[in-house]
Design a protein around this ligand. Structure first.
Ligand code: LLP
Length: 432
């Protein structure tokens, strides 16, 4: 992992991480604005500026905070949300509603109504019941709603099965079986309350190969052709999802965005040329690849336990409550002692969390300098699905988040306090 040091300390976007730990306390998520912006600029140059009618919708589930959504808005990108809470966050960040697209495999009536009231740009339909619900709400409010159908492209991907979504046996998406999909399409074409734009797919997450994306594009284009043949209807928009992989371990070899987007666009443009088809707009929905590598988490080392001939454990003041990914997906991470970042590794240590759970192991067997209580451990690549999946298990507080840029640090999420944790709890009169 490449990192900078100064006076033996790990630096992150010009900030001394040991000083950050002192100032803001630990556990602490630290997000580099420069690294986020570099990813956005890469997408801008190699995708948005390169092709006509293309957009990037940041998948906010990866890391959704008001400040983060402001960064996305300033770039002029769109936003993908999946729930009323993510939508509410976007609205509170003054995100332009017409640039928001709403996903979700089980949107409630209230969520659909909220999306329509706020005027989101698109609702991505993910169930057979949804068009009828959208139609009835839209009719009442006298609105016409842009929709796409999320399809299950039936492709398999090389990633952890827990984060693969495009296979046939999936809770996500509408089956591409014409007997199931086409009655939906026909309804969407005919219904005055909806404007049917096209198809959406998302094949899975943390992918290093583009073959699943390309296979799914081919399947989507087959549908585009069939919809033209069957209904004489032109598809205006396709959404190719996200899923582009990032570096967690030195052995990971992620590809630049255009390794995915160029061949997908080539396949689409080829199709349009051969079929004399007007080019549909294209949206991609990267989440992890924009924020993961920009983030680190700082923890303070506490208890150290050596089991001779077995293992040395060093415990941190957080763990699965601020990063569930090792426990949930056997995800691997690496890190450094932020206060000893220039010292050579001399021992093998297992970094364990403090939650009452055996799977709360952040990193098994990492080589580190001599580890002592009070050291600051920095885990790399925690910017995606860390804060956003944090929990209050064991009533541990959700950590603070600091946004750093060129040596300047801004607190963007305060550390949760105990009163906030208990704010919604009530003792009924019978128990008082
Ligand atoms: N679009 C849709 C419709 C999605 O379902 C997802 C992720 C994304 C975009 C963004 O995917 P990304 O570019 O971040 O890979 N919690 C898991 C990841 C779950 C992703 C689910 N859907 C993890 O920590 O690995």
């Amino acid at each position: 992992m490449d990192f900078e040091t100064k006076n033996g300390h790990l630096m992150w976007d010009g900030c001394d991480t040991v000083a950050l730990a002192q100032e803001f306390g630990t556990p602490l998520y630290v997000m580099s604005q420069t690294k986020i912006e570099n990813k956005l600029n890469e997408l801008q140059t190699n995708f948005v500026d390169k092709y006509e009618k293309v957009r990037v919708a940041y998948a906010s589930k990866a890391f959704s905070t008001l400040a983060m959504l402001k960064i996305i808005e300033k770039q002029g990108f769109s936003l993908e949300v999946l729930s009323d809470g993510e939508l509410y966050t976007a609205i509170k960040a003054d995100f332009p509603p017409e640039l928001i697209e709403m996903n979700g495999n089980n949107k409630s009536l209230a969520e659909i109504e909220m999306a329509i009231d706020y005027g989101v740009g698109r609702i991505i339909v993910d169930s057979l019941q949804e068009v009828a619900i959208i139609r009835s709400i839209a009719a009442k409010k006298n609105k016409v709603i842009n929709i796409l159908f999320r399809i299950t492209p039936e492709v398999s991907v090389a990633t952890h099965s827990f984060i693969s979504t495009g296979q046939k046996d999936s809770k996500f998406g509408i089956p591409i079986d014409p007997a199931i999909l086409f009655p939906q399409v026909e309804q969407a074409i005919q219904a005055p309350e909806v404007n049917f734009l096209g198809f959406h797919f998302h094949v899975g997450s943390q992918l290093f190969e583009n073959n699943a994306h390309l296979a799914a594009v081919t399947i989507a284009l087959d549908l585009v052709r069939l919809v033209k043949e069957k209904f004489d209807y032109i598809i205006e928009e396709l959404n190719f999802g996200g899923g582009f992989g990032v570096t967690y371990m030195d052995s990971d070899q992620p590809q630049p965005f255009n390794y995915f987007t160029d061949p997908m666009m080539e396949r689409l443009l080829d199709f349009c040329q051969k079929e004399h088809y007007p080019q549909p707009a294209v949206v991609i929905e990267p989440g992890r690849s924009i924020v993961a590598e920009a983030g680190i988490t700082l923890h303070t080392i506490g208890a150290i336990k050596e089991l001779p001939g077995i293992r040395k454990y060093a415990s941190i003041d957080g763990g699965m409550t601020d990063n569930i990914r090792p426990g949930l997906y056997q995800a691997e991470y690496t890190g450094v002692l932020a206060n000893k970042a220039d010292e050579p590794a001399i021992e093998t240590v297992t970094i364990s969390g403090k939650a009452c759970e055996s799977t709360d192991i952040l990193i098994k067997d990492i080589e580190l300098p001599k580890i002592e209580a009070g050291d600051i451990f920095a885990t790399f690549s925690t910017g995606a699905y860390g804060y956003s999946m944090a929990s209050n298990y064991n009533k541990l507080a959700i950590p603070a988040v600091v946004l750093v840029k060129n040596g300047k640090a801004d607190l963007i999420v305060r550390r949760q306090n105990f009163d906030q944790m208990l704010a919604n709890e009530i003792i009924p009169a019978s128990l008082k």
